[in-house]
Ligand binder design. Structure first.
Ligand code: HEM
Length: 366
């Protein structure tokens, strides 16, 4: 079992970190307009996350005084750190006129614009704060979010807004084999894996926030699983422009073969004009790339008895506009749209990790 450091210098864990197996993701609404309350919450969250990432409880579970309540709820006590990372995001609402922190707004932070195909449910979208807890043990990830939610509530600073649990990473990091999403395809084959690409596309250089910040976009994307499962495999291959089993592009034989978007077959391009891979590829967006860090999720079955599951899409980029650019194209033309629906959305700035002894966002309160 591995323990990642919480403190910087550098970015928070959970962005370039090779994706762990499980995720618990939660967003919060501010319930106080006093910036002091937010300051105290971010300081407490930071100290608590640092403890938990080491595999330690945030307080004694048996307090010295028998009639005292414990801050740590105890269910992760005998579990190892399990590669836990908890990544804190600040939403656009932190910087609106409620708290007087407008001067610190990261310059590209604003709600995402309406995008083609959006079927967003407001009650599970947005939020002023986000927590992305990833770990190789789901109980470790859940415990982290649970105790942090409790701290937010007990101080009256923030209330839970929406949450989602994901299992099975649907993206690969450095040195990892490419996992599969719930449509059965390898996901993350052509993802950002080098520090050179991260410097170019992921880390933002917002003045005042230091190096290693990034913008997090989250989308809950429902899949119409029953419908997908009736589709023939050769048609499924054409939806993505890749072969299901090998992950190779339709113009190649091995997973990492470079796709040949110009190759023609008897009925037109071998990688169809509306294939997901073609429409998302950097070759068709002036070289633009984003870092994808998605997970599979399920909410069980819906009221009609159908499988309720999909992709918890998470991406990191140095400007949320990069996501908008890609999704504008995908939402309008992607062959995959017949089988998916974007039902929740959020955007957050992820500040760099604080140095030891400090906390996330400290410079806003100096
Ligand atoms: C590629 C699945 C949504 C951006 C891929 C690939 C798969 C896939 C199987 C090919 C393998 C790979 O290179 O990773 C899905 C599924 C989605 C989804 C199942 C929804 C449920 C999105 C969204 C975006 C996106 C919303 C961004 C707006 C990309 C990009 C690539 C990609 C940039 C790499 C294209 C390339 O350069 O070859 N996706 N994806 N995907 N997807 Fe998605």
């Amino acid at each position: 079992t591995h323990a990642y450091p919480f403190y910087g210098p550098g970015p928070q864990a959970g962005i370039a970190t090779p994706p762990q197996r499980h995720i618990v993701y939660m967003t919060f609404d501010l319930t106080s307009t006093d910036p002091r309350d937010l300051q105290i919450l971010l300081a407490r969250w930071s100290a608590s996350i640092a403890q938990m990432m080491k595999g330690e409880p945030i307080s004694k579970v048996d307090p010295g005084r028998p009639n005292a309540g414990a801050l740590d709820t105890g269910e992760a006590l005998d579990l190892a750190p399990a590669s836990l990372s908890v990544t804190v995001g600040l939403g656009p609402g932190v910087f609106d006129d409620r708290l007087g922190l407008q001067a610190f707004r990261p310059k590209a932070l604003r709600p995402l614009k309406h995008l083609p195909g959006d079927a967003l449910l407001p009650e599970i979208s947005g939020g002023d704060l986000s927590l992305q807890a990833c770990a190789d043990d789901p109980q470790v990830a859940y415990h982290a979010v649970r105790v942090l939610a409790r701290l937010a509530k007990s101080t009256g600073t923030a209330a839970t807004r929406w949450a989602i649990m994901g299992f099975g990473r649907a993206s690969a990091g450095v040195g990892q084999s490419t996992p599969r999403n719930l449509l059965g395809f390898r996901d993350g084959t052509r993802n950002i894996v080098t520090e050179q690409d991260r410097a170019k596309f992921v880390w933002s250089d917002n003045p005042g926030w230091g190096a290693g910040g990034s913008y997090q976009v989250v989308r809950k994307i429902r899949m119409f699983i029953e419908s997908w499962d009736t589709d023939r495999v050769d048609d499924q291959n054409e939806v993505f422009g890749r072969f299901k089993v090998s992950g190779a592009p339709l113009t190649g034989t091995h997973e990492f073969d470079t796709p040949d978007f110009k190759a023609q077959g008897p009925h037109g391009p071998v990688i169809p004009a509306n294939a997901h891979m073609r429409l998302a590829a950097h070759e068709h967006h002036n070289g633009l790339k984003i870092l994808r860090r998605g997970y599979n999720y399920t909410d069980g079955i819906n009221s009609l008895g159908m499988l309720d599951a999909g992709l918890l899409f998470l991406s990191y980029q140095n400007d949320p506009h990069a996501f908008e650019t890609l999704q504008t194209r995908l939402g309008a033309s992607d062959a995959l749209n017949e089988y998916i629906s974007h039902i929740a959305s959020g955007v957050f700035f992820v500040p760099p990790a604080p140095p030891e002894g400090s906390y996330i966002g400290a410079h806003m309160f100096a």
